[in-house]
Design a protein. Structure first.
Length: 569
């Protein structure tokens, strides 16, 4: 919630971003009867991504902060690209982020009759006309920001002729692309969007809600503001690319609104993130060409992909709160997002043991038939998280990288003659190495100090290295998927001359097929569970995971090694 301390300069509470200040001032002035109603208007033509999450947090968040309401309105004006799958996914993503629209779910298609009626009225008033030119001809006649456009040769049609043609367009008499309905405004306007914008085009693809009722569909600039008005929206909050569209938004709204109520458009900066793309068209290309495993691939910037990877709603909201809302575009470092994820997972993730690249260790002085359990703390950050038991036996697995035959100085892991502590268990010492015929190390022979377990006389004995491990006798096999940045270029959008597919990171996914995990991990691998594989990273069960074939996604490493690598080049 906001800090309600009043700013003496303008009498608004401190701690508000500029959008919240605008909303607060409108409420204080009693505009729209003191009502606050925002909306989130996604197009159901793809899955939502992290940029949409920023808009969701703004649209729903400002309504929550000031006691208003927020509608969910699907902008379903192009049946060619829309699908019910996307509608369902959008609902799920918004709920997962922690927001709800109650009974206020709407569709632009709800207003097709009113929009069509308004278009007919504008035609009759001489404010709209049917143009038979191709889209290429219309674009060529638009002119440039410094050169006025050229009027269409069909601009002088009579209202009667335009109305007849428009009704026949909707009756399906004409082919797609053969005619459009344009607003008659000003072809010499400094604002390119005022140069007779297209209001309707012919589309004969059946609509997922209205079927074949309509053969003409409204363009965004005509449908959006009017839908806001029909719905009672007071504040239409959108991103900066719609600043040039705002005069047109107001132009069409003026055809309906009076002094008692009118929606207001306010713009903020988009969320742009390093090492990814936010273009829905490019994301769809990645999906269709099989370059990722679907919209919810954990490498994707989609909300569903981040959920599958193990990101938390709290971390995404914290990240968005950290970068804030401004009137200036910026490129945000993905490391800030990862820091928010890491910080939240550190607080909630259960600590467990997993070995990704196992090396067998036999403790030669430990009885062959002996087994015991050691107690592991679930989360030192959460005193209420409790503990769990972990089996220990004569043969264990450690990470292969935790042993070196000829170690450099300050290598505080296992080496010939060196001692390390096994996390939560004993101190062991490497006595010998077993190699195969090719000289590869296959096993370490170690001894243990039986007095160094917790509660024993030597438990306090210090050694410099502590390793994670699992009992070989009890370990469970698991597939582990190690995800990294989707692109290896910081800002793919800054290189328009390159095919964005050429900038994909070839190492964005590495699969470890036979990792070894302690039994507790598999027993508790329910959807959404957050684990910290000690000394390895944060992981979560994948949607593909089963008790028989457990699969875990690495959400994030314990430390940000990527930025260090990039800086050191």
């Amino acid at each position: 919630m906001c800090d309600n301390t009043v700013n003496p300069d303008n009498n608004t509470p401190k701690g508000l971003n500029f959008v919240e200040e605008e909303v607060y001032n409108d409420l204080q002035a009693g505009k729209n009867g003191g009502r606050l109603n925002t909306r989130f208007p996604p197009e159901p033509n793809g899955y939502l991504h992290i940029g949409h999450a920023k808009a969701i947090c703004m649209d729903f968040g400002v309504a929550e902060k000031f006691g208003g309401t927020c509608n969910l309105r699907f902008d379903d004006t192009n049946p060619v690209k829309e699908d019910v799958e996307y509608v369902d996914a959008i609902r799920e993503d918004i709920h997962w982020l922690g927001f709800d629209w109650g009974d206020r779910e709407y569709y632009a298609s709800d207003y097709f009759p009113q929009l069509f009626e308004l278009a007919v009225r504008l035609i009759k008033e001489g404010k709209a006309y049917v143009d038979d030119q191709t889209s290429e001809e219309i674009a060529a006649q638009k002119g440039t920001p410094t050169q006025p456009g050229i009027e269409s040769p069909y601009r002088s049609r009579t209202p009667e002729e335009n109305l007849d043609l428009f009704l026949r367009m909707n009756a399906g008499e004409f082919e797609e692309g053969s005619r459009v309905l344009r607003a008659k405004i000003d072809m010499a306007s400094d604002n390119m969007h005022f140069r007779d914008p297209i209001m309707y085009r012919i589309i004969k693809t059946p609509h997922h809600r209205t079927g074949t009722t309509w053969k003409v569909y409204p363009m965004y600039d005509f449908a959006h503001g009017q839908s806001d008005y029909f719905e009672g929206v007071t504040h239409s909050i959108c991103t900066l690319e719609f600043v040039p569209h705002r005069p047109l938004y107001n132009y069409f709204v003026d055809e309906l609104a009076d002094e008692t109520y009118r929606p207001r458009q306010i713009e903020f900066n988009r969320l742009n993130l390093t090492y990814t793309v936010m273009s829905k068209r490019k994301l769809l290309t990645l999906v269709k060409e099989g370059l990722v495993a679907g919209w919810d691939d954990p490498r994707m910037p989609t909300i569903s992909g981040m959920r599958r990877r193990g990101f938390t709603p709290a971390s995404i909201r914290k990240f968005i709160d950290t970068i804030g809302y401004t009137r200036y575009e910026a490129l945000n470092s993905v490391s800030l997002l990862e820091h928010a994820v890491r910080d939240d997972l550190n607080r909630i993730a259960t600590r467990v043991m997993a070995v990704l690249n196992p090396l067998k260790v036999t403790i030669v002085n430990y009885p062959e038939d002996k087994e015991e359990t050691v107690t592991m703390e679930n989360n030192p950050e959460d005193p209420e998280s409790g503990v769990h038991e972990m089996p220990f036996s004569r043969e264990i697995f450690i990470e292969r990288d935790d042993f070196m035959e000829n170690p450099p100085k300050k290598f505080f892991r296992l080496a010939p003659g060196a001692e390390v502590r096994l996390k939560g268990a004993y101190i062991i010492k490497c006595e010998d190495i077993v190699k195969d015929a090719d000289g590869n190390i296959t096993e370490l022979l170690c001894t243990y100090d039986p007095d160094t377990l917790s509660g024993m006389p030597g438990a306090a004995r210090k050694v410099k290295g502590t390793l994670h491990w699992v009992s070989a006798r009890h370990a469970k096999d698991a597939e582990v998927r190690l995800y990294d940045r989707l692109f290896d270029v910081e800002n793919p959008a800054a290189e328009p001359d390159r095919d964005f597919r050429e900038m994909l990171n070839p190492d964005s996914l590495r699969v470890v097929e036979h990792a070894k995990v302690e039994p507790f991990v598999v027993e508790n691998a329910t959807p959404g569970t957050k684990f910290q594989f000690q000394r390895v990273g944060y992981f979560t069960p994948d949607t593909d995971s089963t008790p028989e074939t457990p699969v875990f996604n690495r959400t994030i490493a314990l430390k940000d090694t990527w930025e260090k690598v990039q800086k050191n080049g």
